[in-house]
Design a protein around this ligand. Structure first.
Ligand code: PAF
Length: 293
């Protein structure tokens, strides 16, 4: 496995590698969810293709007061995990390698990022789009793999690729969960033992909401109340940041009833962690995540 930290070094390594070139972008602090993305990438690359991962804690997607400085960076461990999953190359740039001090071009998505996490974290998805587009350009990948836990991110990346004619196929991979249902996240490491015991309640509350919506004509207000009382009962130390019940393709809020493919997505503060999760509701669940039409 090769570990370049400069764009020049990376490009030299990738000049003559086998195709397809399959890319897994990460911010490190890898867990089983990331390893699943790497395994999927290895399958997609096949025996002749190349798997490239990146480990870069991207400053432009963190807002003021967020956890940029405290974000865990266990680089040696992460590299060993990537090697164990058969990654061929891991790109580990520092911020100065990725960003010019006087940069003046940005990437901005103005529709899918309006609600959910985008509303709570202004500028976050612009930062994600900027770094992902730059990494696509630097790596020249054919396929890129993203998790469905960050459902809105996956939808926005698909939209960016479509709208900007970026020649990269985006593959979405199912959320990986702990045995008790908690979605895997690098931020789970911030939880105390007591908070960790409460955290699976987020998944349970989403599943209850999904069950209540199963008939296909549930009022969104009732679903919201249902979710709020489940969180209050199960997570005494939790605080809901948002719950969005949206159309699964446009990510626009559904106003009255769930009568089409929908998504319930939430963020809940628990101690120092802000945990996100989602559940697809209704017909035609898309195994590969959001379509952008
Ligand atoms: O999902 C993440 O870890 C990040 O948002 C990504 C895609 C690596 C961009 O920094």
């Amino acid at each position: 496995m090769i570990v370049p930290s400069t764009i020049e070094g990376l490009r030299a390594e990738l000049a003559a590698v086998g195709r397809p070139l399959v890319f897994v972008p990460t911010m490190g602090a890898l867990h089983e969810g990331h390893l699943t993305l790497l395994r999927e990438a290895r399958i997609l690359a096949g025996s002749t293709g190349t798997v490239v991962a990146s480990i870069f804690v991207n400053p432009t997607q963190f807002g003021p007061g967020e956890d940029l400085d405290s974000y865990p960076k266990p680089l040696e461990r992460d590299l060993a995990l990537c090697e164990g999953e058969g990654a061929d190359v891991v790109f580990t740039p520092g911020p100065d390698e990725i960003y010019f001090e006087d940069r003046s071009i940005s990437v901005s998505e103005g529709r899918l990022s309006e609600g959910l996490c985008g509303e709570r974290r202004p500028g976050h998805f612009d930062g994600v789009c900027l770094v992902v587009l730059k990494l696509f350009n630097v790596i020249g990948c054919d396929i890129a793999v993203f998790g469905k836990k960050d459902y809105q991110q996956l939808a926005i990346i698909r939209r960016m690729v479509r709208d900007l004619n970026v020649p990269v196929e985006i593959v979405g991979v199912e959320t990986v969960r702990e045995d008790d249902g908690l979605a895997m996240s690098s931020r789970n490491a911030y939880l105390t033992k007591a908070e960790r015991a409460q955290a699976p309640g987020i998944r349970r509350a989403l599943l209850k909401l999904c069950e209540a919506a199963a008939g296909g004509n549930a009022e969104v207000a009732d679903l919201r109340a249902n979710f709020e009382s489940a969180i209050a009962a199960d997570l005494p130390d939790g605080r809901i940041d948002y719950l969005g019940i949206v159309d699964r393709s446009s990510l626009e809020p559904i106003k009255t009833v769930v009568d089409r493919p929908a998504l319930a997505a939430c963020a809940v503060h628990l101690g120092k962690a802000r945990l996100i999760d989602n559940v697809e509701i209704g017909p035609e669940s898309q195994p590969d995540g959001p379509l952008v039409s």
